[in-house]
Design a protein. Structure first.
Lengths: 280, 261
């Protein structure tokens, strides 16, 4: 393959990864990001060590990572970590179980979609965080509240994506199925569901991030056990080393959730690489 | 059933269902008679009493200023960073690890840190916090949009020797705009959420602050009124944005209508 001077255009979308560049990818796509991260960490260390921002406000990079290291060796950190992950997983799971079937119903019936349009359009943009004071008073400061909040937040993107996905099924495929004598259930499992998987997967990716944020938010503001509660305690006692260490850890948790779900999404869509749209 | 009766029935349902929900709420709360779930009528009276408009200037305006300024700064930063990152693979490689890390960070984790680093619990910290997290949807969409521009467009402009500043303004920016605007809509929804979160934490004014204080003092009517207000705020801002988007991108919609994908 010769190195093309012009980018290759395929099927309407523009691909910038020209074949020849695939062989050059190795050093620049590993080295440059690494250098950039190392540079940023060094800059952080420098700013703090030279007291450009006082070390009391911004603990040095090395101090923060040392604090993280010692946190990682405590059991209480891992329990908190598991609590947060549990809140996230339960919230996302319950939201999926509720939103996907409901989305299928609302997506396949124009009547149902119209009937519930106003309540959905009204509830969806409500920031889930406004429910925190209400949950305080009703469910209390426990796992139930945390899961409720995560579920509520994760529900909407999934519902909307599923609705769009079901509505976007090729009518020709459905008609073909009907004329081949497929029943309602079979049409649903063989045509509608598979063809809306890309939309549902995108919804799942958005919701997984939202659920984590809300599980953490519930812990921070309501004091349910978890990493959020640890941040709250570190803040209350002015332990800024721990505060930064926890923020780093939470960032990596967020990154891990994002990467894992994105990878799952890519796997689920391997058979269906195009037709994927972000409507939320 | 004829097509017309079906359509009429649908419109009837669209009006009836929300009304039924509200009536059910009123009936249920009258029946339950629980202070935690005040009647709809009580909430509405409280809402009118607090927000129309005795506390509007003192509490709602600060929140709106924070949303507005944070959103504006976040969007501007997202576009200004996104254009060069979209155009240069080198810059993308340098920046991507940072972007991937920070966009995945659950925002509240940075609330205490933002208070410490900015030495502020006022507008500076709130606006910076909102702006930082509003930046990401716009930034990511700008990068993707610029990468996705038909290279023929850019090459044509270049072969006509249109200077690069003009190329950016006349070719790259308009071509990327629809996707950037889609990012802006996500950012606006985020701005409302970030406003509430930042006002929960170390605040002295704003609707999020009122909500938290009402809960802490067990003033349940005002608490519900604040919840309704923030819900309305999110709804109205989104609706306003859609309206503005339809006007600003009218050229794009017209173009899409005549040229199939």
């Amino acid at each position: 393959m010769s190195a093309p001077t012009q980018p290759i255009v395929d099927a309407g979308s523009v691909s910038f990864s020209a074949p020849a560049s695939r062989f050059r990818i190795s050093w620049s796509s590993v080295l440059l990001p690494t250098l950039s991260v190392v540079g940023a960490l060094a800059l952080w260390e420098l700013i703090s060590r030279t007291n450009t921002i006082s070390q009391r406000d911004l603990p040095a990079m090395s101090t923060s990572f040392r604090a993280l290291w010692s946190l990682l060796q405590t059991g209480s950190f891992w329990w908190a970590f598991l609590d947060t992950v549990r809140g996230w997983a339960l919230g996302l799971g319950i939201a999926t179980v509720l939103a996907v079937p409901l989305g299928i119903v609302l997506g396949s019936s124009e009547f149902a979609a119209r009937a519930f349009r106003v309540p959905i359009e009204f509830l969806r943009p409500i920031p889930s965080a406004v429910l925190i004071p209400l949950l305080f008073l009703t469910l209390g400061t426990n796992l139930k509240s945390e899961v409720f909040l995560a579920t509520f937040g994760a529900f909407w993107p999934l519902l909307v994506q599923t609705m769009y996905g079901v509505r976007d099924v090729d009518p020709l495929a459905l008609d073909t199925g009907r004329s081949f004598g497929l029943g309602r259930v079979e049409r649903l499992t063989r045509i509608t569901l598979p063809s809306s998987v890309p939309y549902i997967a995108t919804g799942l990716r958005i919701s997984s991030t939202v659920a984590l944020i809300l599980a953490f938010t519930a812990e921070l503001f309501m004091g349910t056990p978890g990493l959020g509660q640890k941040v709250n305690i570190a803040q209350a006692y002015g332990l800024s080393d721990q505060l930064f260490a926890l923020a780093i850890a939470v960032g990596f948790l967020g990154l891990a959730v994002h990467l894992v779900v994105s990878a799952l999404e890519r796997r689920a869509l391997r058979w269906h690489p195009s037709q994927r749209q972000d409507v939320a | 059933m004829s097509r017309r009766t079906y359509r009429a029935l649908m419109i009837a349902a669209e009006i009836a269902v929300p009304l039924a929900v509200l009536v059910a709420w009123q009936l249920w709360t009258v029946h339950a008679n629980s202070p935690k779930f005040p009647r709809l009528s009580t909430i509405l009276v409280e809402f009118q009493h607090m927000w129309l408009f005795s506390q509007f200037g003192a509490q709602v305006v600060p929140s709106l200023i924070r949303i507005g300024a944070g959103f504006a700064i976040g969007v501007a930063a997202g576009i200004l960073l996104g254009l060069p990152l979209g155009l240069s693979p080198l810059l993308r490689k340098l920046a991507m690890p940072h972007i991937e890390y920070w966009r995945a960070m659950p925002p509240p984790a940075l609330l205490p840190i933002s208070v410490i680093l900015l030495r502020s619990i006022g507008n500076t910290q709130k606006i910076a916090f909102i702006a930082f997290f509003c930046m990401f949807p716009v930034l990511l969409n700008s990068i993707e949009a610029v990468r996705g521009i038909d290279p023929t467009l850019v090459d044509t402009a270049r072969s006509y020797r249109i200077p690069w500043s003009q190329r950016i303004r006349r070719v790259v920016l308009p071509a990327a705009m629809p996707q950037i605007v889609a990012g802006m809509r996500n950012s606006l929804a985020l701005a409302v959420i970030m406003m509430v979160l930042s006002e929960y934490f170390a605040a002295t004014s704003g609707v999020g602050y009122v909500l938290l204080i009402s809960k802490n003092t067990f003033q349940l009517g005002p608490m519900w009124a604040a919840i309704v207000l923030i819900g309305l705020l999110g709804y109205l801002l989104n609706a306003l944005f859609l309206l503005a988007e339809r006007r600003a991108l009218a050229w794009h919609r017209g173009w899409r209508a005549v040229s199939p994908e």
